[in-house]
Design a protein around this ligand. Sequence first.
Ligand SMILES: [Fe+2]
Length: 222
Amino acid sequence: MSAKIVQNMLKSVPFSRLCMSQIRTKATLPTLAFEYKDLEPIISRDIMEIHHQKHHNTYVVNYNNTLDKLQTAVTKDDTATIISLAPALRFNGGGHINHSIFWDVLTPHSTKPSDNLNKALIENFGSCDEFKKQLATASIAVQGSGWGWLGFNPQTKKLSVVSCANQDPLFPTTGLIPLFGIDVWEHAYYLQYKNVRADYVNAIFEVINWDAVSKRFAEASA
Ligand SMILES: [Fe+2]
């Protein structure tokens, strides 16, 4: 194709349509690095299987369906429909992002924070135990469904503990880069811990993948 033909195409086709007409890779359910049973007794096999195969997969399917609708709406220059899809994108895209991080930062193996992360935890919270206490408190206090997070602020270079409602993704919502998250939707613990969210939240630190959290910290703070 000659440069002149490409130039004419660029003049005749709206930019947004050109972008959306490119081949889009569908979101897919990530494979876990461990078996569903491996986090027992902290998180039961049944919870892990249902959480991953049913709940996370539903976010993936609905996110892809919403992106298909968005692509059609952009092609038609249908601004009203494009805007109306924002909540579904946030909820399902957020659910996919959040759960993908969640599986990555859990492990059945014994791990510990890197020296750099441990130093940052001490600088920002006083100690690693105090960080756990603050994250547990924030997570337990979420009203309804949501997530507790350890995030890195790229502007101030500081660590923060925050919570987000529903499936609101951390970075688009707060500007913090997610390092570790606790899913406190009831589907994450109710089959095993019933209504005692605090027991689930306090226990999850037994299966935190510090190697993954340290890697995320190194990348975020580089
Ligand atoms: Fe979940």
